[in-house]
Structures are given as C-alpha cells and as structure tokens.
Design a protein around this ligand. Sequence first.
Ligand SMILES: [Zn+2]
Length: 343
Amino acid sequence: MIIFSGSQGNSKSRAPKMPLPGLIPSATLTAKIGVLMDIALRIDVDTFRGTRDGVPALCRLLAKFEARATFFFSVGPDNMGRHLWRLLRPRFMLKMLRSQAASLYGWDILLKGTLWPGPIISRYFKQQILAAAAAGHEIGLHAWDHHAWQAHVASWPARELNYQLQRGLEALAEIVPPTCSAAPGWRCTESALLAKEGWPFAFNSDCRGHSLFRPVVKGQVLSQPQVPVSLPTYDEAIGRGGVTPTNYNAFLLKRIAAQSFNVLTIHAEVEGIRHRQMFHDFLAQAQAQGHKLVALGHILPASPVMARGAVVRGHVAGREGWVSVHSPLTDEAQQGNHAQSIS
Ligand SMILES: [Zn+2]
C-alpha cells in the first residue's frame, strides 16, 4: 500500500506548524494509521552467545530508538551446533556458504553441543533476561531445547511436548514469567498447538503468515491467537534476488511499505552481534519513515473476536525444510460450529 510508504512520518522539521487547507498534519495522519505503521518486532534468542552478547546490545539499540520488541528466549541446553551440522546436505551447505554461516554465527555457536553437552543457557544469563524485561520488552518462551524441538517436534507425543514446554516455562519463570511463546524454526504441529493450550500463554507466534488468527484444531477453536511472522529473516533473504548486506534494509523497508501487517523476526546472534550496525541503520530508517517498532502483544486487538485459521506445513524461500504456515479457512468454515480440522 502506498499510504505508509513515504516520509509523512515523524520529520518534525518538515511538518507545517498549521495544517494547509485539505492536508492532514503528519502527526494526526500517523495517529490515524498508527496500527498500519507499526512493525511488530520479534527477537529470537537461540544460543548461549546470543543471550550473553546479542541481547544486551539489542536492548541498548532499542532504547536509543524508543522501540519495543518481544524477546523469545531459549533457556535450556545450547545444542545449536548439533542442529546446524546435522543439516549438512548439499542444499544446506549452499546456504551456509551463501550466508557465510561461520562468520554470521561464529564457530563457538556452530560447535555448541557437538563435542560436549551444551550449557544450560538460563543458568548463566539471568541478568540479560531480567534487563530485557526491565526495559519494557515483552518476554516469551522460545524453547527449552531449541535444537531438539526443531528436529523432533513432528514425532513427539503429547507427553514430550508438555515436558519440553514445562521445563522451558519453569526455567524462564524463575527469572521472568513469559507471557507468550514462539515455536523454534516455525515448526509447530496440531499436537504442539494443543499442548500449548495447557499453559498460560496470551498468544503464540508459531507460523508464517499475513494476518492474526485463532487456530482451529480438530474442530476446536483454540484460545491462544497466533501472531504469524510476515517478513523474511536476514538469512532467508540474503544472497537471493540480488539482496546483499548493503541493500537488505532497503529491501525490507520496501516490503514493509507494501503490506499492512508487518511482523519481523531478527536473531540475537545475527542482528545483535555481527550485523548490529545494519540493524541500527534499519531502526533509524524505519523511524524516519514513520514506523514504530512494537512488541507482538501490542498488535493484538482488545476484542477476542478474530478470524479462524489452520496451521499447516509449508515452505518459505531461503529456509531449509518445512515450516508452519497460516492457512485461512473458507468462509463456511469461519461461520460453522464445526471448523475444518488441520493436517
Ligand atoms: Zn530460534
């Protein structure tokens, strides 16, 4: 949409003191379309180093721009090295090379949990998690064991799903009780959605999509809404279609200007460490264009009434393997008492 692509935002120096006839002052316009200008920011924290170094750095950056976000913490063992190496297939190798994975993540992340058991992240970095909450950011659970969830969620029985959720929740609640959750790698099944219903999450961000919805599983409308991620991550976009670290921000802002529902995921390990300056520039440019960075909970409507949808398996360009995606239901299913079940 053209309406929020331009520079009508917050440039006080350019805004007329008195509105010209027929013109809406920029501040009023921003207020009118405030929701559309919002970019909901999700920060996935997957690793030991991301929690230690990336989180404090991102908190400083967000404070500078008065931005808010939702931090999703992985609190159990850091076995992400195991996860990355088990994907050593030709296509994944290409992606590793394309995104320069070793320099993007660092060798310590790539080796975590491979030669020795991964460290329990939440035991080391309570201060970093507390500081993010104290700065006004929303706190969510990403995982107890990010690697295990991503690799095995599709085959876990309800008992194991509950165990993983409980361990993660207990570990994080000792520091800051989380209000929401986000499935690692956007991998969620109907069993996982049902398991989450047993825990006090106000909402979840488990899939990719372009609107808020309430998931339906086996005819049951769930109580926890979904906030899907609508924008590509750095590692998905880079090296494809001419996108480079230099023009990535412009690519992203163009996408943001073209759609009304913007939920962006960044990673503490990437935008919080290696590409911190790039993310700083993104925040500056987004602010200059009148966008406001907010936590995911901020874009949920006050009303519980929401479209229903299914969560199904799909793929996104630039990402290895399957991810969960939002599949809107038919009008008939929206109305009916017996919503269609999902696969
Ligand atoms: Zn993650």
